[in-house]
Design a protein around this ligand. Structure first.
Ligand code: AMP
Length: 422
């Protein structure tokens, strides 16, 4: 599949090749033809999937195929939840329209309105906006929305999370009723479905799971290493690579705490987030991480799921997840369509079975490497002994709990559960 076969114009193809894109991403392959057919589209796509180009390219093509109107009223309106996203989206419109005579601009709050008003006065075909500032400028009659033909709600789930539902409704009321509508969202909550029902007209559902799109773009490396050397190896990788923002996944809450403490001891700032931490503590840890005060965020799968973690250059699996799908979610935190991301997995002998399951799921063999001084020496006998020891400790822990009236005694059936997971 090529961009040309999607029916895009030469001017757009030229811009695409200047950006260095070779093949359309999954969401682009699905969404572009539908949008060109002027269908309403309900798309499930995340950041990193190439979703922006998925709507920007066909939109530009649609506008290009029509005569420019006198005074250039806004014909395509893209609403985004944040100023950062608005700026990013408009930059893409600018890049893709370089060889056309279409114009775009962006408006968002928190900065002076005058330059935005001036840009609107000169006429633009494409307007990227956050809802609040758009309504402000509309109230000031700085922008007319009466000629909008295509509306895009980008990251609609985040818009609702941020409380923009009412603003969106107000904006919908300002648009011509005959128009094409596109809704992009990473998740499909009840609220999103409700919103979609309200304003999409016989929408076509397009799904591009991150599984299909991100995995190909991410450099995946497996290091085989003994369990007891994983911490040393992770410290070495982070220090020698001078990595400044690393997300590390562990399987358990205790594991996350332990690793975070050891990293701190090695002078690598770190915070752990997991289900035992309050929402406030998690948000603080994440904020510190985003600001660069915390170099390594150690997370469990569940804790990471609801968090708005930015895409990162490095994700490390300190342990492989025992649910293969979690691997795909984890490494989806790194890499973007286009930019490179690296996912490393430290795999000890007892995890080789998990590795096989993951390889089956992603349909790819992951080449396992070893590093000097960290060559694995574990044998299956060691693994069995470690498991037996763990069981002994657990039993001791439980019986201590029973003696002091705390904790629960292990039930009979349970004791074998961990000893032979696979
Ligand atoms: P998005 O999901 O829209 O935020 O896009 C993520 C990144 O992927 C952006 O930096 C785009 O420039 C880039 N991108 C979009 N489409 C492609 C493609 N087909 N090939 C390579 N990179 C792309």
């Amino acid at each position: 599949m090529t961009f040309k076969s999607l029916g895009l114009s030469d001017a757009l193809l030229k811009a695409i090749s200047k950006k260095g894109y070779e093949t359309p991403s999954a969401i682009q392959q699905k969404a572009i033809p539908l949008i060109l057919e002027r269908k309403d589209v309900l798309a499930s796509a995340q950041t990193g999937s190439g979703k922006t180009a998925g709507f920007a390219l066909p939109l530009l093509q649609i506008l290009q195929n029509q005569p420019t109107l006198h005074k250039r009223p806004v014909r395509a309106l893209i609403l985004t939840p944040t100023r950062e996203l608005a700026a990013q989206v408009q930059q893409e419109f600018k890049d893709y329209s370089e060889f056309t005579d279409l114009r775009s601009t962006v408006i968002f709050g928190g900065v002076g309105a005058n330059p935005q008003i001036n840009a609107l006065r000169n006429g633009v075909d494409v307007l990227v906006a956050t809802p609040g500032r758009l309504l402000d400028l509309h109230n000031q009659r700085a922008v007319s929305l009466s000629k909008v033909e295509v509306l895009v709600l980008d990251e609609a789930d985040r818009m609702l999370d941020m409380g923009f539902a009412r603003d969106i409704k107000k904006i919908l009321a300002l648009l011509p009723s005959k128009r094409q509508n596109l809704l992009f969202s990473a998740t499909f909550s009840k609220e999103i479905k409700k919103l979609a029902n309200e304003f999409l007209h016989q929408p076509v559902l397009v799904e591009a799971t991150p599984e299909n799109t991100t995995v190909e773009k991410i450099d995946q490396t497996v290091y085989r290493v003994d369990k007891n050397l994983k911490t040393d190896l992770i410290i070495k990788l982070i220090s020698e690579g001078n990595w400044q923002q690393v997300l590390v996944f562990t399987r358990t809450k205790h594991g996350a705490n332990r690793l975070s403490e050891k990293l701190e001891k090695a002078k690598i700032t770190s915070a752990a987030i997991h289900g035992n931490k309050s929402q406030g503590a998690r948000t603080r840890a994440l904020a510190g991480f985003k600001e660069g005060k915390v170099r390594v965020l150690v997370a469990t799968d569940i804790a990471a799921r609801g968090l708005d973690i930015p895409l990162l250059p490095h994700v490390i699996n300190y342990e492989l997840p025992n649910v293969s799908e979690d691997y795909v979610h984890r490494i989806g935190r790194t890499g973007r369509a286009g930019a490179s991301g690296e996912a490393l997995s430290l795999v000890s002998l007892d995890e080789v079975g998990y590795l096989k399951d993951i390889e089956k799921l992603i349909g790819e063999r992951l080449q396992a490497k070893t590093l000097p001084d960290f060559e694995p020496t574990e044998t299956m006998a060691d693994v069995k002994e470690a498991e037996a020891e763990k069981k002994r400790q657990k039993a001791a822990h439980h019986s201590r709990g029973r003696n002091t009236g705390r904790g629960k005694a292990p039930s009979k059936g349970k004791s074998t559960r961990n000893s032979n997971r696979r």
